[in-house]
Ligand binder design. Structure first.
Ligand SMILES: [Ca+2]
Length: 241
C-alpha cells in the first residue's frame, strides 16, 4: 500500500519534470528576432523601423527595393557614391544587459562595390548614457558583385552599455548593396541557416532562419502539454480512488 503510493508519487514528479523540461525546450527552440522589419516587407521600412545615416551626407540613396529580395518581395538598398563616406541604415536598442551574448546576422547582395577595404557589411556599436562609444563590431565585408551572401556578428554587450546601434552599411567603398533578412537573436538561440543557397526558407518578417525549428518547438511544446494533462488526469483519478 505505502510502496504503491510512493511509486505513484515518483511517477507524478517525473511526469511534471519531463513536462516542464519539454515546455522549456519548446520555447527555447523558437528564437526571438529583436530586429523590427528585418525583411523589409513592412511599409514602415525606412520611416519608422529603420533610420538612415551618412557620415557627411554625401551622394547616397536609400530605398526599399521591391524588385530585389532574398525572401518575401523586398529588400533594403543603399547606393553609395563616395569612398570617403559611410552610408548606413540602423536601429537603436536599449534593452540589452551588459554581458549578454547575441548574434546579429543578415544577407547582403552587391553590385560593383569597390575602393577602400570595408565594402558592404553589418555593424554593431555600443554606447553609454552620454553616447560615448564603448566598442564596435563588424561582419565580414562583401566586395564586388556577389549574389546573396550570409554574414554574422557574434557579440557580448560590454559593461556600461545602455544603447546599442545595430545597422548595415556601405563603408568607404562605392557601389550598390541590398540587405535582407536581418536577425538579432540571443546567442544560445542562434542557428545558422541550413543552406547557404538562399532558398528563401526564412519568413518575410525574418522571424526564423529555418521552418524546421518551429516544427521542433511545436512538437516539444505539445509534448509538454500532453505530459501536463496526463499528470492532472492521473492526479484526479488518484483523488477519486
Ligand atoms: Ca525581404
Amino acid at each position: 500500500m505505502f510502496r504503491k503510493k510512493n511509486t505513484r508519487k515518483a511517477v507524478f514528479i517525473l511526469i511534471i519534470v519531463v513536462g516542464l523540461l519539454a515546455t522549456q525546450l519548446g520555447s527555447a527552440l523558437a528564437a526571438t528576432n529583436y530586429i523590427k522589419n528585418g525583411g523589409a516587407e513592412a511599409d514602415t521600412g525606412l520611416t519608422d523601423d529603420w533610420l538612415t545615416w551618412s557620415l557627411s551626407g554625401n551622394v547616397t540613396q536609400y530605398s526599399v527595393d521591391s524588385s530585389v529580395s532574398r525572401s518575401g518581395s523586398r529588400s533594403f538598398k543603399i547606393e553609395h557614391g563616395a569612398t570617403t563616406d559611410i552610408s548606413k541604415i540602423h536601429q537603436w536598442f536599449e534593452l540589452f544587459l551588459p554581458g549578454g551574448e547575441y548574434v546579429y546576422s543578415g544577407w547582403i547582395k552587391t553590385e560593383n562595390i569597390s575602393g577602400g577595404d570595408r565594402f558592404a557589411h553589418l555593424d554593431v556599436v555600443f554606447y553609454d548614457d552620454d553616447y560615448n562609444t564603448l566598442g564596435a563590431a563588424n561582419s565580414a565585408g562583401v566586395p564586388g558583385t556577389e549574389d546573396w551572401t550570409y554574414v554574422t556578428i557574434e557579440f557580448t554587450v560590454p559593461r556600461g552599455t545602455t544603447k546599442i546601434d545595430i545597422g548595415f552599411l556601405i563603408d568607404d567603398s562605392t557601389g550598390t548593396a541590398w540587405f535582407d533578412d536581418l536577425e538579432l537573436v540571443e546567442a544560445d538561440e542562434y542557428k545558422a541557416p541550413s543552406t547557404g543557397s538562399g532558398s528563401g526558407s526564412g519568413s518575410g518578417s525574418g522571424a526564423s532562419p529555418a521552418t524546421g525549428d518551429n516544427t521542433f518547438a511545436l512538437l516539444f511544446a505539445a509534448l509538454g502539454l500532453t505530459a501536463s494533462i496526463a499528470f492532472i488526469t492521473t492526479l484526479k483519478r488518484a483523488k477519486n480512488k
